[in-house]
Design a protein around this ligand. Sequence first.
Ligand code: FAD
Length: 463
Amino acid sequence: MQSQSLAIETSGLTKQFGKHRVTTKSVLLVVDDSHDVLDADDWQVSPCPPFEGIRLIGHRWDPKTYHLRDLLVRNQVRYQWLDIDRSEEAYQLLAAHGQGTSPLPVLLFPDGSWLADPTPLEVARHFGLKTQPQSPFYDLIIIGAGPAGLGAAVYGASEGLRTVLIEREAPGGQAGMSSRIENYLGFPSGLSGAELTRRALLQATRFGAELLFPHEVVRISVEGSAHLVHLADGTVLRSHTLLLTTGVSYRTLDVPGSARLNGAGVYYGASMSEAPFYRGQDVYLVGGANSAGQAAMYFSRFARSVTLLVRGPSLVESMSHYLIEEIAAIPTIRVLTSTRVTEVKGETSLEAITIANTESGETQELPTTALFVFIGAEPRTEWLAGAVARDAQGYILSGSDLIRDGHRPPGWALDRDPFPLETSMPGVFVAGDARLRSTKRVASAVGEGAMSVLLVHTYLGGM
Ligand SMILES: Cc1cc2nc3c(=O)[nH]c(=O)nc-3n(C[C@H](O)[C@H](O)[C@H](O)COP(=O)(O)OP(=O)(O)OC[C@H]3O[C@@H](n4cnc5c(N)ncnc54)[C@H](O)[C@@H]3O)c2cc1C
């Protein structure tokens, strides 16, 4: 199938969906490259055969449930969603599994097993993913499995380096959240970030790269000629070289109510898991860059209206020309420029937002249950403080950027300048969005990931 999303709504019909025969009062089946979500609020599964896949039961507006939904979708796990507040079947299933009093969300597996309020690590273990390093020593440890990390994993492993890729959230990074990447070489009609990630992971693991997920790296250090990587759970990995491909993360909206309603109507990034819930509703997006533009296009397939709230006077400065044209051609997308959000309101979930016109000062309260925020990103590299040189924003310095007035960085003990992409710690490289002066594009991140492997070889050759 082409990489695209498809939504089918039926009523009063019996349909065959793959292995499943479903009799519906009303079914929303969303098929896209990353996931199938069957919204089962109002449907009956025929007894022959029953639904056999993974089920997720939780409260619609519970942030923990949202984060689990997001984890599954970003990791391309197909599941059926059951809202405990609207589905009798959800109660019956919980009771049948002896989980009537378990804390939600609950994941039910086809083999009868279950996980109640699981951590991402517990979910990964249940899926049989390797969550512990398989080797006592590596040639290359890559921290962050976005396009740069995946690119480096493919080239590193294919060239015989013992390579491990460590990721804390979901392989794919920011690109994995993109509904359609249209400017990546070789894909003239675009491809979703999920599909790009799926292909890259397959390629990297076929070459022998190891994926360690979900694990957060909290510190790096040196011991003799070895570089040490410290994980949040206390595990320590050792390697000749390291590559930092930690990218950037969304800035959070700092207005009254936003922290409390995070995951309960206020979302960061495209949150593909949420789009199907907004069928026929009015949603608001904050931001004027390409990520917000792509999301507006994606949400317009579901929502009755999509309003893009842009701080600047126009989109021209911040968004690619092709996206501005695509948005203009969709009548259900509205762009409000010179506008900022000043407050978000709601008891247990988002009910309204207040916006202000930055020129007139006029404010307006708009009822809505969804606000998707894309207000720029920053490299969250505080954990590297004291290890590698960074600029005031946290971007990592490398190569010639480390040379000041003809001097090598403080503490640099080697009789050579840092290689391109090499940080102030010899043998530790950086690629992609986290690097100072990087281009912030998928292709450049992949290219830098590939290039870093060549420099790793050069470093290893000089050891
Ligand atoms: C919605 C959206 C749409 C986009 N669309 C396009 C497009 O159409 N074309 C284009 O060229 N670019 C696009 N971009 C930009 C592009 O996705 C980025 O430039 C690219 O993903 C950068 O890759 P990266 O590998 O450097 O970092 P990232 O993609 O940011 O990946 C970094 C990874 O590192 C992980 N990580 C961070 N810290 C740690 C840690 N301490 N331990 C373990 N893991 C860690 C993160 O979880 C993340 O998965 C888009 C971005 C977004 C958000």
